[in-house]
Design a protein around this ligand. Structure first.
Ligand code: PEP
Ligand code: MG
Length: 659
């Protein structure tokens, strides 16, 4: 018995809908299959369903065979046609997520930097400060099987051992899910992994291999690799990232089989220097950041998300070491200079003393800066310069407030999108933006609309393969092509504006029509909200100036918007044609280059002439050596990592004192 239909599940049968579909299917005795383009898979396996890559608006057939086939068809077709029926929004919003492969794009493979000496390495200075401490090498080891075939009489016991290991991993995940302390993001990740651990695609294939004489560890490695390869081969960024989930689950099962514990950031000792080849921004964000003394990575650049997280928590970091990072695997102690980008392996006594002195001096400087926390920096002419914070999640509010931020000059909304397996709902976004604005009222909070591109894909948006993602379909370009996504964010912002001083800015603007089209959408959203009787308020609309085109049309743009915020990270890379993530061109990627400084000055002039606020939210805004120049150009708002705020206030006060 079978029936065909058009799938109405938003963004297709991705993990959460696939899990829900499987749950429904498992409620029936009948064998149930889902067929797409002639390929049939069991509807009782979420891994197989995901691999079928069913997209919204595609035609599929549900096939059922058994006593309750009619009921099964009815329920499953009903779900595909109307997936939200009978579901609460909460469940939808709490969907699982795994950011592996979805967050900050890996930096381009950096060329090895020249070592300065036998035990001294040079990388990218990504987060300032000095640190010295025990090395904590985070290089999860590769796991290997026994490499011998089992004797026939050993097979049954090996299958039992394997099943017990799978059970232990599932139980561990269930235990984690039951903890109240688990954040929604973490819960999503664990739930997605548990689905895979419970799925018979992985366990079935592994058991088959054990029956063929493979030891359990080898069987799990092979089965996980096969399934991961299938996920990698699908033409869908989101499903590609699921390959990492399969490997992660396989790894957990193997570790139980081997009686080993995984390397975890949880156990990092106080003051240790974290050494890794690469580390996901999300992994780092969840690590006990207060205990980490410094970060050293093979990948990453000065404006990669790892660098941004490190800076926002005041953790010194040297990134982009390339293959040199391997020299640190066996280090006992590491000293790092986040200002110069130096890392010293097992420093000698003199170096130790030197670094200990610097760490102490930095701590003293920090202590001396705390008096600036509550200062409102004013120039001699009485003009107030707002020193605001750049953050990417509600978890960072406290660090910004602690530092004395006068509002938020850049809220990067992409982290909100990357943390979830689905696009975040309007309600969830409205709540987030409202919480943010309430936390900083009466100061303004500037929310940047979704700034994402093919280099850091997110669940629910299909990006084309692009030769040059940094010059491609990203930021405002993507949003205007996807009004369904963009309007959901704009509606959420209009709703949140009721609660405080919200301003909205558009990223990657390069043409005036992008602002005008956005205004049309904002007007549409306002009319809709009014008709629906939903409370809302208007907000100031501004643009980021981060493309050379925006600089050149700044006088015209200034007539259309309420403010400018200069994004020096991108502006520098585009003006200098030097990839911001590529350490080999780091020298060119320099905001102080006269070409970039003149672009900043042109922008400031255009904004000042039009009487609009000109601010800066690129990393240069926090540089005490440049602040006076920016302020003299006419900038009145500087937004930066919380760790830079007090020093910036001090620099502005010094200007005022000079008159
Ligand atoms: C910038 O480009 O300067 C900026 C602030 O945005 P992001 O670093 O998020 O691209
Ligand atoms: Mg930018």
């Amino acid at each position: 018995m079978e029936r065909s239909t058009i799938v109405r599940v938003h963004e297709g049968l991705h993990a959460r809908p696939a899990t829900r579909f499987v749950k429904l299917a498992k409620g029936f005795e009948s064998d149930v299959e889902l067929v797409k383009d002639g390929k049939a898979v069991s509807a009782k396996s979420s891994v197989k369903l995901m691999l079928l890559a069913v997209k919204e608006n595609q035609e599929v057939t549900v096939r059922a065979n058994g006593a309750d086939a009619i009921e099964a068809l009815e329920a499953l077709i009903g779900y595909l046609e109307n997936p939200r029926a009978g579901l609460d929004d909460e469940a939808e919003a709490q969907s699982p997520a795994n950011d592996a492969g979805q967050e900050a794009a890996p930096a381009s493979e950096p060329a090895p930097a020249a070592p300065d000496g036998a035990n001294r390495l040079r990388g990218v200075a990504a987060s300032e400060g000095f640190a010295i401490g025990p090395a904590f090498a985070h290089f999860p080891p590769d796991i290997a099987g026994q490499g011998r075939m089992l004797r026939a009489e050993e097979i049954e016991a090996e299958i039992d051992r394997f099943r017990a290991a799978v059970g232990a991993v599932q139980a561990r995940m269930d235990y984690a899910l039951a903890q109240d302390s688990l954040s929604a993001g973490d819960r999503g990740i664990v739930a997605a992994l548990r689905d895979i651990a419970a799925d018979d695609s992985l366990t079935g294939e592994a058991e088959g291999l054990i029956k063929g004489g493979n030891d359990a560890v080898s069987a799990v490695i092979t089965a996980a690799s096969n399934i991961a390869a299938e996920f990698s081969a699908v033409d869908d960024h989101y499903l590609n990232a699921r390959a990492d989930d399969v490997h992660a689950v396989g790894r957990q099962i193997c570790l139980v089989l081997l009686g080993q514990d995984d390397v975890s950031l949880e156990n990092i000792p106080e003051g240790a220097i974290l050494i890794a080849d690469d580390i996901g921004a999300w992994d780092l964000a969840r690590a006990p950041l207060k205990r980490i003394g410094g970060v050293v990575c093979g990948h990453g650049g000065a404006t990669s998300h790892i660098a941004i997280i490190a800076r926002s928590h005041g953790i010194p970091a040297v990134l982009g070491l390339g293959g040199q990072v391997n020299a640190l695997r066996t280090a006992r102690d590491v000293a790092l200079d986040g200002n110069a980008g130096h890392v010293i392996i097992d420093p000698d006594e003199a170096t130790r003393a030197d670094f200990a002195g610097r760490v102490e001096a930095a701590a003293k400087e920090r202590a001396g800066l705390t008096i600036f926390k509550t200062v409102t920096p004013k120039l001699a002419d009485g003009r107030i310069i707002e020193v605001a914070a750049n953050i990417g999640s509600l978890e960072e509010i406290e660090a910004a407030q602690e530092a004395g931020a006068m509002g938020i000059g850049l809220f990067r909304t992409e982290l909100l999108f990357m943390r979830h397996m689905h696009l975040p709902s309007e309600d969830m976004q409205a709540e987030t933006y409202a919480a943010l604005t309430k936390a900083f009222a009466p100061y303004p909070v500037i929310v940047r609309t979704l700034d994402i591109g093919g280099d850091k894909p997110i669940a629910g948006i299909e990006f084309p393969d692009e030769e040059n993602p940094f010059l491609g379909w990203r930021g405002i370009r993507m949003c205007l092509d996807r009004p369904d996504i963009f309007k959901r964010q704009l509606r959420a912002l209009l709703r949140a504006a009721v609660h405080g001083n919200i301003k909205v800015m558009l990223p990657m603007v390069s043409d005036i029509s992008e602002v005008r089209q956005t205004r049309v959408l904002i007007d549409e959203c306002t009319v809709e909200l009014k008709a629906e009787g939903v409370p809302h308020a208007s907000f100031d609309l501004g643009v980021m100036i981060e493309t050379p085109a925006a600089v050149l049309i700044a006088p015209a743009l200034a007539k259309e918007v309420a403010f400018f915020s200069i994004g020096t990270n991108d502006l520098t890379q585009y003006i200098m044609a030097a990839d911001r993530l590529n350490p080999t061109v780091a020298k060119l990627n320099d905001v102080t280059n006269p070409a970039v400084m003149s672009a900043i000055e042109m922008t400031a002039k255009a904004g000042v002439a039009a009487g609009i606020m000109v601010g800066m939210c690129g990393e240069a805004a926090g540089r005490p050596d440049l602040i006076a120049t920016f302020v003299k150009m006419g900038l009145t708002e500087l937004s930066m990592s919380p760790a830079s705020i007090q020093r910036a206030k001090k620099a502005i006060m010094a200007m005022a004192a000079e008159g």
